[in-house]
Design a protein around this ligand. Sequence first.
Ligand SMILES: [Zn+2]
Length: 181
Amino acid sequence: MILLYVTTHDRTPVILAVNRRFPYAGDVDGDAQLVVDFLNTFDTETGHDELANHDSWEAWAASRGLPPAGSLATARAARHALRGAAGDDNSDARRFAVEVLVGVVDGVPQTVARDAAAAVLAAAARVSEAGRWSRVKLCAADTCRWAFVDGSRNRSRTWCSMDVCGNRAKARSFRARTRRP
Ligand SMILES: [Zn+2]
């Protein structure tokens, strides 16, 4: 097995030193959804944080069938870096790296993460390698910042939900446009 690092570099998760002769053909939608779920372990609107303590982090990782949770500090740092990579201006972390292994497991070339945070970062790197990182977004509403996967054809989705944040913004701009002096 070759040791490699998964890192965020200039706001893009990348796998360093990967052998590009193997095109990734896995479940990139599942990877993207895992990353989004991880980003949403912090809820900006309510302040609820599933990484507030080790027990809740462990429960989150176990409920998704990930490797053992590992360090809470690493998980929080990984989330901070990934939220920055998804466009969160409150995150100034430009670089963050964990170790994963890459090799052939059960006859398939793949990355092997030692803990849950590494598994999420590896998933983020696969999304990026597949050219899909720009689809991982945070809701444009400052009070929301909920992460979602933009499945629209032209990658133009701005809001977590048109019903909630989209309509709130539309109502605001309508009021602004129709306001009389
Ligand atoms: Zn929203």
